[in-house]
Design a protein around this ligand. Structure first.
Ligand code: ADP
Ligand code: ZN
Length: 493
Protein backbone atom coordinates (compact mmCIF):
# COMPACT_ATOMS: atom_id res chain seq x y z
CA UNK A 1 0.00 0.00 0.00
CA UNK A 2 2.56 2.42 1.20
CA UNK A 3 4.87 1.53 -1.54
CA UNK A 4 2.24 2.34 -4.06
CA UNK A 5 1.57 5.69 -2.50
CA UNK A 6 5.18 6.73 -2.71
CA UNK A 7 5.34 5.73 -6.31
CA UNK A 8 2.30 7.79 -6.96
CA UNK A 9 3.73 10.79 -5.18
CA UNK A 10 7.05 10.60 -6.84
CA UNK A 11 5.46 10.12 -10.22
CA UNK A 12 3.30 13.14 -9.71
CA UNK A 13 6.39 15.10 -8.71
CA UNK A 14 8.15 13.92 -11.85
CA UNK A 15 5.21 14.77 -13.99
CA UNK A 16 5.01 18.20 -12.42
CA UNK A 17 8.62 18.87 -13.29
CA UNK A 18 8.12 17.40 -16.72
CA UNK A 19 5.02 19.47 -17.27
CA UNK A 20 6.81 22.64 -16.28
CA UNK A 21 9.65 21.88 -18.65
CA UNK A 22 7.29 20.96 -21.49
CA UNK A 23 5.18 24.02 -20.89
CA UNK A 24 8.09 26.42 -20.97
CA UNK A 25 9.40 24.67 -24.08
CA UNK A 26 6.02 25.14 -25.71
CA UNK A 27 5.95 28.84 -24.89
CA UNK A 28 9.48 29.15 -26.20
CA UNK A 29 8.48 27.52 -29.49
CA UNK A 30 5.42 29.67 -29.86
CA UNK A 31 7.52 32.79 -29.33
CA UNK A 32 10.06 31.52 -31.85
CA UNK A 33 7.33 30.85 -34.37
CA UNK A 34 5.77 34.27 -33.94
CA UNK A 35 9.17 35.92 -34.29
CA UNK A 36 9.92 33.93 -37.44
CA UNK A 37 6.53 34.66 -38.89
CA UNK A 38 6.94 38.37 -38.18
CA UNK A 39 10.33 38.42 -39.83
CA UNK A 40 9.01 36.65 -42.92
CA UNK A 41 6.09 39.02 -43.17
CA UNK A 42 8.29 42.07 -42.83
CA UNK A 43 10.55 41.10 -45.72
CA UNK A 44 9.46 40.85 -49.31
CA UNK A 45 9.31 37.21 -50.24
CA UNK A 46 12.35 37.24 -52.52
CA UNK A 47 14.58 38.01 -49.56
CA UNK A 48 13.48 35.10 -47.47
CA UNK A 49 16.01 32.94 -49.16
CA UNK A 50 14.35 29.61 -48.46
CA UNK A 51 13.94 27.93 -51.81
CA UNK A 52 12.27 24.88 -50.38
CA UNK A 53 9.28 26.97 -49.39
CA UNK A 54 8.79 28.51 -52.81
CA UNK A 55 9.28 25.36 -54.85
CA UNK A 56 8.53 21.77 -54.21
CA UNK A 57 11.63 19.78 -55.01
CA UNK A 58 12.06 16.05 -55.12
CA UNK A 59 14.80 13.86 -56.49
CA UNK A 60 13.77 10.21 -56.80
CA UNK A 61 10.27 10.41 -58.18
CA UNK A 62 8.53 7.05 -58.00
CA UNK A 63 5.63 7.94 -60.32
CA UNK A 64 5.77 6.22 -63.73
CA UNK A 65 3.73 6.47 -66.91
CA UNK A 66 2.02 3.23 -65.86
CA UNK A 67 0.47 5.17 -62.97
CA UNK A 68 -1.16 7.51 -65.47
CA UNK A 69 -4.08 5.69 -67.05
CA UNK A 70 -5.35 6.72 -70.47
CA UNK A 71 -3.78 9.93 -71.87
CA UNK A 72 -2.01 7.83 -74.50
CA UNK A 73 -1.38 10.75 -76.87
CA UNK A 74 0.15 12.84 -74.11
CA UNK A 75 2.46 10.00 -73.14
CA UNK A 76 3.48 9.41 -76.76
CA UNK A 77 4.16 13.10 -77.07
CA UNK A 78 6.67 13.00 -74.25
CA UNK A 79 8.48 9.77 -75.13
CA UNK A 80 11.33 11.48 -76.99
CA UNK A 81 11.90 13.82 -74.07
CA UNK A 82 12.47 10.87 -71.77
CA UNK A 83 15.02 9.44 -74.19
CA UNK A 84 16.68 12.82 -74.46
CA UNK A 85 17.00 13.34 -70.71
CA UNK A 86 18.36 9.81 -70.30
CA UNK A 87 20.92 10.09 -73.10
CA UNK A 88 21.28 13.66 -74.37
CA UNK A 89 24.47 12.93 -76.34
CA UNK A 90 22.67 10.56 -78.67
CA UNK A 91 20.36 13.41 -79.70
CA UNK A 92 23.11 16.01 -79.94
CA UNK A 93 25.12 13.85 -82.33
CA UNK A 94 22.24 14.08 -84.76
CA UNK A 95 21.74 17.78 -84.15
CA UNK A 96 18.22 17.20 -82.91
CA UNK A 97 16.61 20.10 -81.10
CA UNK A 98 14.51 19.00 -78.18
CA UNK A 99 11.75 21.35 -77.04
CA UNK A 100 12.63 23.50 -74.05
CA UNK A 101 9.06 23.75 -72.92
CA UNK A 102 5.86 21.74 -73.10
CA UNK A 103 2.43 23.03 -72.29
CA UNK A 104 -0.13 20.55 -71.02
CA UNK A 105 -3.59 22.02 -71.39
CA UNK A 106 -7.05 20.80 -70.47
CA UNK A 107 -9.67 20.77 -67.71
CA UNK A 108 -8.61 20.49 -64.05
CA UNK A 109 -8.03 17.07 -62.55
CA UNK A 110 -7.18 15.35 -65.83
CA UNK A 111 -3.68 14.33 -64.76
CA UNK A 112 -1.44 17.15 -66.01
CA UNK A 113 0.56 17.32 -62.78
CA UNK A 114 0.67 13.54 -62.64
CA UNK A 115 2.03 13.37 -66.22
CA UNK A 116 4.77 15.91 -65.49
CA UNK A 117 5.77 13.97 -62.41
CA UNK A 118 5.76 10.69 -64.31
CA UNK A 119 7.95 12.29 -66.99
CA UNK A 120 10.52 13.12 -64.30
CA UNK A 121 10.14 9.63 -62.83
CA UNK A 122 10.65 7.88 -66.17
CA UNK A 123 13.65 10.03 -67.09
CA UNK A 124 15.23 9.83 -63.64
CA UNK A 125 15.22 13.62 -63.54
CA UNK A 126 14.69 15.90 -60.54
CA UNK A 127 11.18 17.36 -60.27
CA UNK A 128 10.87 21.00 -59.27
CA UNK A 129 7.26 22.09 -58.98
CA UNK A 130 5.73 25.48 -58.46
CA UNK A 131 2.63 27.40 -59.45
CA UNK A 132 2.27 30.54 -61.54
CA UNK A 133 0.41 32.15 -58.68
CA UNK A 134 3.62 32.02 -56.60
CA UNK A 135 5.13 34.61 -58.92
CA UNK A 136 2.34 37.11 -58.73
CA UNK A 137 3.72 39.65 -56.27
CA UNK A 138 3.15 43.22 -55.50
CA UNK A 139 6.76 43.83 -54.47
CA UNK A 140 8.97 45.25 -57.18
CA UNK A 141 11.14 42.66 -58.89
CA UNK A 142 10.22 39.77 -56.59
CA UNK A 143 8.41 37.73 -59.22
CA UNK A 144 11.33 38.02 -61.63
CA UNK A 145 13.88 37.17 -58.95
CA UNK A 146 11.91 34.07 -58.01
CA UNK A 147 11.99 32.94 -61.62
CA UNK A 148 15.77 33.38 -61.64
CA UNK A 149 16.00 31.37 -58.46
CA UNK A 150 13.77 28.63 -59.87
CA UNK A 151 15.98 28.16 -62.91
CA UNK A 152 19.14 28.45 -60.79
CA UNK A 153 17.85 25.62 -58.65
CA UNK A 154 17.08 23.50 -61.71
CA UNK A 155 20.60 24.03 -63.11
CA UNK A 156 22.06 22.72 -59.88
CA UNK A 157 19.84 19.64 -59.96
CA UNK A 158 19.91 18.87 -63.71
CA UNK A 159 18.71 16.75 -65.38
CA UNK A 160 15.50 18.32 -64.16
CA UNK A 161 11.87 18.95 -64.98
CA UNK A 162 10.56 22.33 -63.92
CA UNK A 163 6.79 22.12 -63.52
CA UNK A 164 4.80 25.37 -63.45
CA UNK A 165 1.13 24.80 -62.69
CA UNK A 166 -1.37 27.56 -63.63
CA UNK A 167 1.08 29.18 -66.01
CA UNK A 168 -1.69 31.61 -67.04
CA UNK A 169 -1.21 33.44 -63.74
CA UNK A 170 2.11 34.80 -65.07
CA UNK A 171 1.83 34.02 -68.76
CA UNK A 172 -1.53 35.56 -69.57
CA UNK A 173 -1.81 37.76 -72.63
CA UNK A 174 -0.08 41.05 -71.91
CA UNK A 175 -2.29 44.08 -71.92
CA UNK A 176 -5.40 41.91 -72.02
CA UNK A 177 -8.46 43.62 -70.56
CA UNK A 178 -6.37 46.75 -70.26
CA UNK A 179 -4.84 45.53 -66.99
CA UNK A 180 -1.19 45.27 -68.06
CA UNK A 181 0.27 44.91 -64.58
CA UNK A 182 3.89 45.85 -65.14
CA UNK A 183 5.18 43.55 -62.37
CA UNK A 184 3.56 40.55 -64.06
CA UNK A 185 5.02 41.63 -67.39
CA UNK A 186 8.50 41.70 -65.83
CA UNK A 187 8.02 38.25 -64.39
CA UNK A 188 6.89 36.88 -67.73
CA UNK A 189 9.87 38.56 -69.42
CA UNK A 190 12.26 36.94 -66.99
CA UNK A 191 10.73 33.54 -67.77
CA UNK A 192 11.26 34.16 -71.48
CA UNK A 193 14.84 35.31 -70.87
CA UNK A 194 15.62 32.16 -68.87
CA UNK A 195 14.17 29.89 -71.54
CA UNK A 196 15.96 31.70 -74.35
CA UNK A 197 19.19 31.41 -72.37
CA UNK A 198 19.12 27.62 -72.13
CA UNK A 199 22.33 26.15 -73.46
CA UNK A 200 22.41 22.85 -75.26
CA UNK A 201 23.99 20.99 -72.41
CA UNK A 202 21.54 22.15 -69.79
CA UNK A 203 19.27 19.18 -69.49
CA UNK A 204 16.24 21.02 -68.24
CA UNK A 205 12.71 20.82 -69.61
CA UNK A 206 10.00 23.19 -68.49
CA UNK A 207 6.52 21.67 -68.31
CA UNK A 208 3.67 24.11 -67.76
CA UNK A 209 -0.01 23.42 -67.18
CA UNK A 210 -3.08 25.51 -67.88
CA UNK A 211 -6.80 25.10 -68.37
CA UNK A 212 -6.82 27.67 -71.14
CA UNK A 213 -4.22 27.58 -73.89
CA UNK A 214 -5.91 30.45 -75.71
CA UNK A 215 -5.32 32.79 -72.78
CA UNK A 216 -1.52 32.56 -72.95
CA UNK A 217 0.69 35.30 -74.29
CA UNK A 218 1.81 34.64 -77.85
CA UNK A 219 5.46 35.22 -76.94
CA UNK A 220 5.28 32.28 -74.55
CA UNK A 221 4.02 29.73 -77.06
CA UNK A 222 6.35 30.82 -79.87
CA UNK A 223 8.88 28.43 -81.40
CA UNK A 224 11.89 27.91 -79.16
CA UNK A 225 9.91 28.39 -75.97
CA UNK A 226 6.78 26.41 -75.09
CA UNK A 227 6.44 25.16 -78.62
CA UNK A 228 4.95 21.78 -77.85
CA UNK A 229 1.31 21.84 -76.83
CA UNK A 230 -0.27 18.68 -75.54
CA UNK A 231 -4.00 18.38 -74.94
CA UNK A 232 -4.95 16.49 -71.81
CA UNK A 233 -8.70 16.01 -72.07
CA UNK A 234 -11.41 14.35 -70.05
CA UNK A 235 -11.08 10.56 -70.23
CA UNK A 236 -13.25 8.52 -72.62
CA UNK A 237 -15.00 5.31 -71.58
CA UNK A 238 -11.93 3.09 -71.86
CA UNK A 239 -9.66 5.55 -70.12
CA UNK A 240 -12.15 5.92 -67.29
CA UNK A 241 -12.09 2.14 -66.94
CA UNK A 242 -8.26 2.19 -66.80
CA UNK A 243 -8.21 5.05 -64.28
CA UNK A 244 -10.74 3.26 -62.05
CA UNK A 245 -8.55 0.15 -62.18
CA UNK A 246 -5.50 2.17 -61.08
CA UNK A 247 -7.37 3.57 -58.10
CA UNK A 248 -8.98 0.25 -57.18
CA UNK A 249 -5.63 -1.54 -57.13
CA UNK A 250 -5.09 -1.37 -53.38
CA UNK A 251 -8.76 -1.68 -52.39
CA UNK A 252 -10.84 -4.80 -51.65
CA UNK A 253 -13.71 -4.91 -54.20
CA UNK A 254 -16.73 -7.16 -53.92
CA UNK A 255 -17.12 -9.60 -56.88
CA UNK A 256 -20.33 -7.93 -58.04
CA UNK A 257 -18.48 -4.70 -58.85
CA UNK A 258 -17.82 -4.36 -62.56
CA UNK A 259 -15.56 -1.36 -63.05
CA UNK A 260 -16.44 -1.16 -66.74
CA UNK A 261 -20.08 -0.53 -65.75
CA UNK A 262 -18.88 2.10 -63.28
CA UNK A 263 -16.92 3.72 -66.10
CA UNK A 264 -20.12 3.84 -68.14
CA UNK A 265 -21.87 5.70 -65.35
CA UNK A 266 -19.19 8.34 -64.92
CA UNK A 267 -19.25 10.35 -68.14
CA UNK A 268 -17.70 13.82 -67.81
CA UNK A 269 -15.73 12.83 -64.74
CA UNK A 270 -12.03 13.69 -64.63
CA UNK A 271 -9.30 11.39 -63.32
CA UNK A 272 -9.40 13.30 -60.04
CA UNK A 273 -13.18 12.76 -59.79
CA UNK A 274 -12.76 9.04 -60.47
CA UNK A 275 -10.05 8.74 -57.87
CA UNK A 276 -12.48 10.55 -55.53
CA UNK A 277 -15.23 8.02 -56.32
CA UNK A 278 -13.03 5.05 -55.34
CA UNK A 279 -11.85 6.83 -52.22
CA UNK A 280 -15.33 7.83 -51.04
CA UNK A 281 -16.62 4.31 -51.77
CA UNK A 282 -13.88 2.89 -49.56
CA UNK A 283 -14.81 5.31 -46.78
CA UNK A 284 -18.48 4.27 -47.00
CA UNK A 285 -17.44 0.59 -46.78
CA UNK A 286 -15.28 1.26 -43.73
CA UNK A 287 -18.06 3.24 -42.03
CA UNK A 288 -20.35 0.23 -42.44
CA UNK A 289 -17.67 -2.15 -41.18
CA UNK A 290 -17.83 -3.94 -44.49
CA UNK A 291 -14.92 -6.12 -45.59
CA UNK A 292 -15.33 -5.14 -49.23
CA UNK A 293 -16.49 -2.22 -51.34
CA UNK A 294 -19.90 -3.06 -52.82
CA UNK A 295 -21.87 -1.55 -55.70
CA UNK A 296 -23.99 0.31 -53.18
CA UNK A 297 -20.91 2.10 -51.82
CA UNK A 298 -19.75 3.03 -55.31
CA UNK A 299 -23.22 4.27 -56.18
CA UNK A 300 -23.29 6.50 -53.13
CA UNK A 301 -19.80 7.76 -53.90
CA UNK A 302 -20.75 8.68 -57.49
CA UNK A 303 -23.72 10.61 -56.16
CA UNK A 304 -21.53 12.38 -53.69
CA UNK A 305 -19.01 13.46 -56.32
CA UNK A 306 -21.75 14.57 -58.74
CA UNK A 307 -24.17 16.23 -56.36
CA UNK A 308 -22.66 16.41 -52.88
CA UNK A 309 -23.94 14.57 -49.81
CA UNK A 310 -27.63 14.09 -49.19
CA UNK A 311 -28.84 16.63 -46.68
CA UNK A 312 -29.78 14.99 -43.40
CA UNK A 313 -32.21 17.66 -42.22
CA UNK A 314 -35.01 18.19 -44.71
CA UNK A 315 -37.58 19.62 -42.34
CA UNK A 316 -37.42 23.11 -43.81
CA UNK A 317 -38.59 22.08 -47.29
CA UNK A 318 -42.24 22.84 -47.93
CA UNK A 319 -44.55 20.46 -49.79
CA UNK A 320 -44.85 22.99 -52.60
CA UNK A 321 -41.07 23.20 -53.00
CA UNK A 322 -40.91 19.42 -53.14
CA UNK A 323 -43.61 19.37 -55.77
CA UNK A 324 -41.86 21.97 -57.92
CA UNK A 325 -38.60 20.03 -57.71
CA UNK A 326 -40.36 16.78 -58.64
CA UNK A 327 -41.88 18.28 -61.81
CA UNK A 328 -38.65 20.09 -62.65
CA UNK A 329 -36.58 16.89 -62.52
CA UNK A 330 -39.33 14.95 -64.29
CA UNK A 331 -39.10 17.52 -67.11
CA UNK A 332 -35.37 16.84 -67.55
CA UNK A 333 -36.03 13.10 -67.40
CA UNK A 334 -38.78 13.02 -70.03
CA UNK A 335 -36.63 14.87 -72.57
CA UNK A 336 -33.50 12.85 -71.78
CA UNK A 337 -35.21 9.45 -71.99
CA UNK A 338 -37.82 9.96 -74.68
CA UNK A 339 -36.36 12.60 -77.01
CA UNK A 340 -32.62 12.03 -76.58
CA UNK A 341 -32.71 8.29 -75.83
CA UNK A 342 -30.15 8.85 -73.09
CA UNK A 343 -29.69 6.62 -70.11
CA UNK A 344 -30.84 8.10 -66.78
CA UNK A 345 -29.51 5.94 -63.94
CA UNK A 346 -31.08 8.05 -61.22
CA UNK A 347 -33.48 10.91 -60.53
CA UNK A 348 -33.70 12.32 -57.03
CA UNK A 349 -35.53 15.08 -55.19
CA UNK A 350 -33.41 14.74 -52.07
CA UNK A 351 -31.62 18.05 -51.60
CA UNK A 352 -27.83 17.89 -51.50
CA UNK A 353 -25.14 19.71 -49.56
CA UNK A 354 -23.94 21.19 -52.85
CA UNK A 355 -27.13 23.21 -52.86
CA UNK A 356 -29.21 21.31 -55.44
CA UNK A 357 -32.89 20.76 -54.63
CA UNK A 358 -32.74 17.54 -56.66
CA UNK A 359 -30.94 16.12 -59.65
CA UNK A 360 -31.28 14.00 -62.76
CA UNK A 361 -28.22 11.89 -63.46
CA UNK A 362 -27.83 11.56 -67.22
CA UNK A 363 -25.38 9.35 -69.10
CA UNK A 364 -25.15 10.96 -72.51
CA UNK A 365 -24.39 8.83 -75.53
CA UNK A 366 -20.67 9.14 -76.04
CA UNK A 367 -19.67 10.10 -79.52
CA UNK A 368 -16.78 11.77 -81.21
CA UNK A 369 -19.00 14.26 -83.01
CA UNK A 370 -22.50 15.47 -82.32
CA UNK A 371 -24.86 16.56 -85.04
CA UNK A 372 -26.58 19.92 -84.88
CA UNK A 373 -29.88 18.16 -84.06
CA UNK A 374 -28.25 16.28 -81.20
CA UNK A 375 -26.84 19.48 -79.72
CA UNK A 376 -30.20 21.23 -80.01
CA UNK A 377 -31.89 18.28 -78.31
CA UNK A 378 -29.30 18.35 -75.56
CA UNK A 379 -30.16 22.02 -74.95
CA UNK A 380 -33.81 20.96 -74.89
CA UNK A 381 -32.96 18.51 -72.09
CA UNK A 382 -31.44 21.33 -70.06
CA UNK A 383 -34.51 23.51 -70.59
CA UNK A 384 -36.85 20.61 -69.74
CA UNK A 385 -36.89 21.45 -66.03
CA UNK A 386 -38.01 25.05 -66.50
CA UNK A 387 -40.52 24.03 -69.19
CA UNK A 388 -42.18 21.50 -66.87
CA UNK A 389 -42.42 24.12 -64.12
CA UNK A 390 -44.15 26.53 -66.49
CA UNK A 391 -46.61 23.91 -67.74
CA UNK A 392 -47.66 22.74 -64.27
CA UNK A 393 -47.44 25.91 -62.18
CA UNK A 394 -47.93 28.66 -64.76
CA UNK A 395 -45.64 31.32 -66.24
CA UNK A 396 -45.82 33.49 -63.12
CA UNK A 397 -44.66 30.73 -60.80
CA UNK A 398 -41.45 29.56 -62.44
CA UNK A 399 -38.46 29.43 -60.04
CA UNK A 400 -34.78 30.30 -60.05
CA UNK A 401 -33.98 26.62 -59.63
CA UNK A 402 -33.22 26.46 -63.33
CA UNK A 403 -30.38 29.00 -63.30
CA UNK A 404 -27.63 26.41 -63.59
CA UNK A 405 -29.52 24.66 -66.41
CA UNK A 406 -29.91 27.97 -68.21
CA UNK A 407 -26.24 28.75 -67.82
CA UNK A 408 -25.26 25.47 -69.43
CA UNK A 409 -27.88 25.84 -72.15
CA UNK A 410 -26.61 29.33 -72.97
CA UNK A 411 -23.05 28.08 -73.15
CA UNK A 412 -24.04 25.29 -75.51
CA UNK A 413 -25.98 27.61 -77.77
CA UNK A 414 -23.02 30.00 -77.77
CA UNK A 415 -20.62 27.22 -78.72
CA UNK A 416 -22.92 26.12 -81.49
CA UNK A 417 -22.98 29.52 -83.15
CA UNK A 418 -19.49 30.87 -82.38
CA UNK A 419 -17.36 27.75 -82.60
CA UNK A 420 -19.13 25.16 -84.72
CA UNK A 421 -20.31 27.60 -87.38
CA UNK A 422 -23.83 26.19 -87.17
CA UNK A 423 -25.89 29.37 -87.11
CA UNK A 424 -27.49 30.76 -90.25
CA UNK A 425 -27.04 34.40 -89.21
CA UNK A 426 -23.38 34.23 -88.20
CA UNK A 427 -22.46 31.61 -90.75
CA UNK A 428 -19.27 29.56 -90.95
CA UNK A 429 -17.33 31.23 -88.16
CA UNK A 430 -15.28 29.88 -85.30
CA UNK A 431 -13.82 32.27 -82.74
CA UNK A 432 -11.45 31.67 -79.87
CA UNK A 433 -12.80 32.31 -76.39
CA UNK A 434 -11.43 35.82 -76.06
CA UNK A 435 -13.23 36.93 -79.18
CA UNK A 436 -16.63 35.73 -77.99
CA UNK A 437 -18.77 38.00 -75.92
CA UNK A 438 -22.45 38.27 -75.18
CA UNK A 439 -21.87 42.04 -75.23
CA UNK A 440 -21.83 41.66 -78.99
CA UNK A 441 -25.38 42.34 -80.10
CA UNK A 442 -25.36 39.96 -83.04
CA UNK A 443 -24.10 37.07 -80.90
CA UNK A 444 -26.51 37.89 -78.06
CA UNK A 445 -29.52 38.04 -80.38
CA UNK A 446 -28.65 34.83 -82.15
CA UNK A 447 -28.12 33.01 -78.82
CA UNK A 448 -31.45 34.29 -77.51
CA UNK A 449 -33.24 33.29 -80.67
CA UNK A 450 -31.89 29.74 -80.58
CA UNK A 451 -32.78 29.31 -76.91
CA UNK A 452 -36.29 30.74 -77.43
CA UNK A 453 -36.93 28.45 -80.34
CA UNK A 454 -35.77 25.35 -78.48
CA UNK A 455 -37.73 26.34 -75.37
CA UNK A 456 -40.95 26.49 -77.37
CA UNK A 457 -40.24 23.07 -78.86
CA UNK A 458 -39.50 21.73 -75.39
CA UNK A 459 -42.82 23.04 -74.06
CA UNK A 460 -44.61 21.33 -76.96
CA UNK A 461 -42.79 18.06 -76.42
CA UNK A 462 -43.55 17.94 -72.71
CA UNK A 463 -47.20 18.91 -73.26
CA UNK A 464 -47.47 16.06 -75.70
CA UNK A 465 -46.06 13.72 -73.04
CA UNK A 466 -47.77 15.25 -70.05
CA UNK A 467 -49.02 11.88 -68.79
CA UNK A 468 -45.42 10.62 -68.64
CA UNK A 469 -44.34 13.80 -66.84
CA UNK A 470 -47.10 13.27 -64.27
CA UNK A 471 -46.15 9.64 -63.78
CA UNK A 472 -42.48 10.43 -63.10
CA UNK A 473 -43.26 13.43 -60.85
CA UNK A 474 -45.81 11.50 -58.77
CA UNK A 475 -43.44 8.59 -58.36
CA UNK A 476 -40.70 11.01 -57.21
CA UNK A 477 -43.06 12.55 -54.67
CA UNK A 478 -43.79 9.07 -53.34
CA UNK A 479 -40.31 7.65 -53.15
CA UNK A 480 -37.86 10.59 -53.62
CA UNK A 481 -35.51 8.50 -55.79
CA UNK A 482 -36.20 6.58 -59.01
CA UNK A 483 -33.69 4.35 -60.76
CA UNK A 484 -33.47 3.46 -64.43
CA UNK A 485 -35.53 0.23 -64.26
CA UNK A 486 -38.40 1.99 -62.53
CA UNK A 487 -38.19 4.82 -65.05
CA UNK A 488 -38.40 2.41 -67.97
CA UNK A 489 -41.60 0.98 -66.54
CA UNK A 490 -43.12 4.41 -65.83
CA UNK A 491 -42.31 5.62 -69.33
CA UNK A 492 -43.17 2.23 -70.83
CA UNK A 493 -40.05 1.89 -72.92
P1 ADP B 1 -4.34 18.34 -63.06
O1 ADP B 1 -2.90 18.68 -62.85
O2 ADP B 1 -4.67 18.08 -64.49
O3 ADP B 1 -5.31 19.30 -62.43
P2 ADP B 1 -3.69 16.11 -61.36
O4 ADP B 1 -2.57 15.51 -62.10
O5 ADP B 1 -3.35 16.96 -60.20
O6 ADP B 1 -4.64 16.93 -62.36
O7 ADP B 1 -4.68 14.94 -60.93
C1 ADP B 1 -5.19 14.83 -59.61
C2 ADP B 1 -5.30 13.38 -59.21
O8 ADP B 1 -6.29 12.71 -59.99
C3 ADP B 1 -4.03 12.58 -59.44
O9 ADP B 1 -3.15 12.69 -58.37
C4 ADP B 1 -4.57 11.17 -59.60
O10 ADP B 1 -4.82 10.58 -58.36
C5 ADP B 1 -5.89 11.38 -60.29
N1 ADP B 1 -5.75 11.27 -61.75
C6 ADP B 1 -5.98 12.24 -62.67
N2 ADP B 1 -5.77 11.77 -63.92
C7 ADP B 1 -5.39 10.48 -63.79
C8 ADP B 1 -5.02 9.45 -64.72
N3 ADP B 1 -5.01 9.68 -66.05
N4 ADP B 1 -4.70 8.24 -64.24
C9 ADP B 1 -4.72 8.00 -62.91
N5 ADP B 1 -5.04 8.92 -61.99
C10 ADP B 1 -5.39 10.15 -62.41
ZN1 ZN C 1 -32.62 21.48 -63.62
Amino acid sequence: MEHKVTIKESSSLYSKILNTILFSMLIFFVIMLIARYRKREALPAGFRGETSEDFNESKDIDVRFSDVAGNAEAKDNMQDIIEFLKDPDKFKKFGVKIPKGIILYGPPGTGKTLLAKALAGEAGAAFIATSGSNFVEKYVGVGASRIRKLFGEARKKAPAIIFIDEIDAVGGKRGAEGSGNSEDAKTLNQLLVEMDGFKDDENIIVVAATNRLDMLDDALIRAGRFDRHVMVGLPDLNSRYEILKVHAKNKPLSEEVDLFQVAKQTVYMSGADLSGVMNEAAIYAIKEDNLKITLKHIDKAINKIVAGDEKKDRSNISDLEKKITAYHEAGHTVIAKLLNKESVPKVSIIPTTKGAAGYTLINPNEKMFQTKTEILNKISGLLGGRAAEEIIFGKQNITGGASNDLQRATKMALTLITKYGMSEKLGLVSFDDREISLQNELILNETKQILDKIYKKTLDYILLNKDKLEAVAQSLLNSEIINENELDILLAI
